[in-house]
Write a protein that binds this ligand. Structure first.
Ligand code: HEC
Length: 143
């Protein structure tokens, strides 16, 4: 018996190797792209983008925000109290990019949106202490 050509017997058209490879990798890339975008969409929270408060603290100190605003955003003679800020993320971004007073501007070349988001998370995580929680002030008041 004559050996049959495997492809012919199954009626499959073999693709030239090169073409087959290109098609497969193109399809794989597309599938990966779809997968990545689905994962990204799924991880984006509906409202406030997540910030990393710990990294925010590092940046807050690194970019000298603390000079004027204090290490915990408590404010000083040189800058407003911004710990636990009432501004939302957009408000903080807008202000830091284009301050209206004596604060220097920080462009997105200096601080990216993501870095500002982290700083925002840090500011939200620290609450400036109220006078009543500062023991020394209470002692003074009792006198
Ligand atoms: C040289 C001092 C100085 C530095 C440095 C500084 N700020 Fe300010 N910032 C101010 C002052 C003063 C104000 C109050 C309004 C004004 O005069 O601009 C202010 C206001 C703000 C406000 C608005 C507060 C509000 O509730 O309206 C935000 C937010 C803020 N700063 C964030 C930052 C961040 C984040 C950094 C670091 C990347 C920073 N600042 C660095 C001086 C400073």
């Amino acid at each position: 018996m004559k050996p049959v050509n495997r492809f012919e017997s199954r009626k499959i058209h073999p693709l030239p190797l090169g073409e087959g490879r290109v098609r497969v990798s193109g399809g794989t890339a597309l599938a990966l792209l779809l997968l990545v975008s689905v994962v990204c969409l799924a991880q984006t929270p509906a409202q406030t983008p997540a910030g990393n408060a710990e990294n925010g603290k590092r940046l807050f100190l690194k970019h000298d925000c603390y000079w004027c605003h204090g290490t915990a955003g408590q404010g000083s003679s040189a800058g407003a109290r911004i710990g636990g800020t009432a501004l939302n993320l957009q408000g903080v971004m807008r202000y830091v990019r284009q301050p209206t007073g004596s604060m220097p501007a920080f462009t997105d070349k200096v601080l990216t949106d993501q870095e500002l988001t982290d700083i925002y998370a840090y500011l939200k995580s620290v609450q400036a202490p109220k006078a009543a929680t500062v023991p020394l002030l209470n002692q003074l008041r009792e006198k």
